[in-house]
Design a protein around this ligand. Structure first.
Ligand SMILES: Cc1cc2nc3c(=O)[nH]c(=O)nc-3n(C[C@H](O)[C@H](O)[C@H](O)COP(=O)(O)OP(=O)(O)OC[C@H]3O[C@@H](n4cnc5c(N)ncnc54)[C@H](O)[C@@H]3O)c2cc1C
Length: 410
């Protein structure tokens, strides 16, 4: 190993940038390789924050108070009935941000010359002395360790642990962002600044204010982010997923469809369903969201998080259903744990990765199990079982306001 140990980070989203920034500040020679040829900025929607996220930003010295703060602070949660009346309220202060805001902060903190777009990693080779990443564009590069932060469909994980596959939970989430200024005064009054729910049978809508498209958190310039869970079986007589994932040219996408390719009739049917079952505040949100998008809900659980000099991090290792709101904070926590484990003895990255994996496997499993338990009612509904026991335990205003996306001491 030379003067500075060298880390190759595959994936330039939040997990990759957290790890890359932390290792760089720890004296590592770090490069990030992102498959997308275009900058990732401008994509994404709302993110719930938890302490690990702030701990990682703090460790990087990123000033989260710059230009008005990292997100929108809320004081309470509220649930509305079909007529728009308040069914309950619970005081839980929280800060809600956006993927774009976090990505721009992390990218700005990382040297541009070390961040490479258009590099899709296709293979990893390793021996006793190092690890080599091989890219689709013909580039090869060698390092002392490789961090696979390449998401739920990780090519690196596929090479080392091909049996680990995402498992579809049977339901999807419609998501989107609408500008605060587009909403009526009555809806703004009810939804800002709160985390709000609407809970028709077998459906679960949650929404919250976030920074606006220009990252402003000033009143009148924010956005409202929604996540609307709906059963959508992948197969069988009531299979809805194939229809949802068939694009404007009739092509069938497996589990994810680029937002501009969603058929207008699918969006019209979704808005019609909103009118039929959601509280009027959310009907308006859904109606006025210019580009709703679709996310199939998965569980992904790894058995192993390191393979010699290769570590899985973030969504490449574990994906929890969004009910815990932990995707980004978990990736930040992984990056913190990785940096701490490697700091103990930078000359022995393999031992560091072993420690990292032992710690984060436990955490990942716990988060996945908790998120799966929170989604059990929706999963049963997707299987055609509207379970009264699960409904009374998981699908009441009190239960969702208490349990959804709260900070847990895992
Ligand atoms: C553009 C974008 C927008 C998102 N928006 C939201 C959001 O609004 N709300 C939310 O809760 N979560 C969002 N997520 C997911 C969220 O970032 C993750 O759940 C969490 O932060 C963990 O991130 P990750 O970096 O581990 O994985 P991901 O965010 O999935 O990132 C994986 C990255 O690896 C890249 N990649 C994949 N394969 C390869 C390869 N072979 N070689 C090189 N690079 C590769 C991908 O292009 C991607 O940039 C978004 C992800 C992306 C990529």
């Amino acid at each position: 190993m030379g003067a500075a140990p060298r880390a190759l980070v595959i994936g330039g989203s939040l997990g990759g940038l957290f790890a890359a920034n932390l290792l760089l500040r720890q004296g590592w020679d770090v490069e990030v390789f992102e498959q997308s040829a275009r900058p990732l900025a401008g994509r994404g929607a709302g993110i719930v924050t938890h302490p690990d996220l702030f701990a990682a930003l703090g460790r990087l010295g990123i000033d989260i108070n710059v230009s008005g703060g990292i997100g929108v602070d809320i004081e309470c949660r509220v649930t509305f009935d079909r007529e728009g009346r308040e069914l309950g309220r619970l005081a839980i202060p929280q800060c809600l941000t956006t993927w774009g805001r976090l990505h721009s902060l992390l990218l700005a903190a990382f040297p541009a010359g070390r961040h490479h777009l258009g590099h899709a990693c296709t293979a990893v080779e390793q021996d006793a002395a190092g690890v080599t990443a091989v890219f689709a564009n013909g580039h090869r590069t060698r390092g002392d360790l490789l961090v696979a932060a390449d998401g739920i469909r990780s090519a690196v994980r596929a090479q080392f642990a091909p049996a680990v596959q995402p498992r579809y939970a049977g339901y999807i989430a419609w998501r989107g962002l609408v500008e605060e200024g587009a909403l009526s005064a009555a809806t703004r009054r009810d939804l800002f600044p709160r985390l709000a729910f609407s809970l028709p049978p077998a459906e679960h809508m949650v929404g919250y204010p976030v920074a606006g498209f220009d990252n402003s958190v000033r009143e009148g310039e924010r956005c409202f982010n929604f996540v609307w869970y709906r059963p959508a079986p992948a197969d069988g007589p009531s299979a809805a997923l194939p229809e949802l994932c068939t694009d404007i040219e009739g092509r069938r996408h497996e589990m994810a469809i680029p937002p501009p390719l969603i058929r207008p009739q699918v969006i019209a049917a979704m808005r019609e369903a909103a009118r039929a079952c959601l509280s009027p505040q959310f009907v308006e949100v859904v109606e006025k969201t210019p580009q709703p998008f679709l996310q199939a809900i998965f569980d992904l659980e790894s058995e192993v998080m390191h393979f010699g000099r290769v570590a899985l991090l973030g969504d490449a290792a574990f994906v929890a259903r969004p009910h815990v709101g932990m995707g980004v904070s978990k990736a930040a926590g992984d990056a913190l744990a990785l940096a701490a484990a490697l700091a103990r003895d930078p000359t022995d990255p393999v031992a560091g990765l072993r420690d990292y994996a032992a710690q984060r496997l436990r955490f990942g499993r716990t988060v996945i199990a908790h998120a799966r338990a929170l989604g059990a009612y929706l999963e049963a509904c997707a299987q055609g079982r509207e379970d009264a026991g699960l409904r009374s335990r998981l699908h009441t205003p009190q239960a969702v306001m208490r349990d959804i996306a709260v900070t847990c001491d895992f």
